[in-house]
Write a new protein. Structure first.
Length: 293
């Protein structure tokens, strides 16, 4: 190992560092021109990987110029890699999950997803995890391996339109049934967030125990507004039904008495003594004052 060798080594390292910076900047600039967020993100990850490989290759060449035995380093790094690989199985699984997500494009930045009861918007996809921002503005970090191993509901995948269902029961008066359907259709058509195509419709789903059960079917283009839209519809339906004299029934039970009396006393709990007139008479008749002590 000589001074000239050390100088060559540092020159190779410096050259690798400059190439790494130039390559990463060039690929990142090209990635920003892509229209798809998923493509931009994937190209950004590939640019980082390619830049780091170039830098590592420059270091290896510099070490070879310096006279370092790379075969010895290879064996040492191989043994070290086995130990690291055992300890980093979860990290490797998450990296594989990232590759699967990027290739399938099943989850993209900006998608509204639901997993394990959590609903939120994907804001970032990184090497180990994906960040989802909930409706309450809480950042939820989900490992990528968890996303590909479990059921994920993607509300934004392919077509953002979503069909919604609103169930409502009315009083069992057949004369008001068509009037209730007209009110539901008018309210749905006049709501700004409900799509005219496909048009809303009303189903008569079943005869309930104390109501005619209807179901309003409508489509919205932004699923994040589903709760707001449902609330608006409920307020309007309650107001319009009240004005039209249409009852919104609640479950109730009808008890019918047959009118037939019974002379038998109701059963008593175990261990309970019954006292009636006959018992009192028997006690009186068996009482003898002359037997006082």
């Amino acid at each position: 190992m000589s001074v000239a060798g050390l100088i060559n080594f540092f020159l190779f390292v410096l050259l690798g560092f400059l190439l790494r910076h130039f390559l990463k900047k060039t690929l990142t600039t090209r990635a920003q021109t892509q229209s798809s967020p998923q493509t931009r993100h994937m190209m950004g990850l590939l640019s980082t990987l390619a830049a780091n490989l170039v830098f590592a290759l420059a270091i290896v060449i510099g070490l070879d110029n310096l006279g370092v035995r790379l075969s010895f380093l290879g064996g040492t790094l191989g043994v070290l890699g086995i130990g690291i690989g055992i300890g980093l199985q979860n990290l490797a699984a998450n990296m594989i999950g990232l590759v699967v997500i990027l290739l399938e494009k099943s989850i993209q930045i900006g998608d509204l997803i639901e997993i394990d009861g959590v609903l939120g918007t994907v804001v970032e996809i990184k090497g180990r995890s994906t960040t989802v921002m909930s409706r309450d503005n809480i950042a939820i970090i989900i490992p990528n391996a968890h996303l590909i191993a479990n059921k994920v509901i993607n509300w934004s995948h392919r077509d953002p339109k979503t069909r919604m269902h609103l169930k409502v029961g009315i009083g069992m008066d057949p004369s008001l049934l068509n009037r209730a359907v007209d009110i539901l259709m008018t309210i749905a058509r006049n709501h700004p967030d409900i799509l005219p195509d496909p048009p809303p419709t009303v189903w008569f789903t079943e005869f309930g125990a104390s109501s005619f059960n209807l179901e309003l079917i409508y489509w919205i283009n932004d699923v994040t507004l589903r709760h707001t839209t449902l609330s608006d519809l409920n307020f309007r339906i309650a107001s319009e039904f009240h004005a039209a004299g249409i009852d919104l029934p609640y479950p109730h039970n009808v008890v019918i008495f047959s009118g037939k009396g019974t002379t038998e006393a109701p059963p008593l709990a175990p261990g309970t003594l019954r006292e009636d007139n006959d018992t009192h008479e028997n006690r009186n008749s068996s009482y003898d004052p002359s037997r006082k002590a």
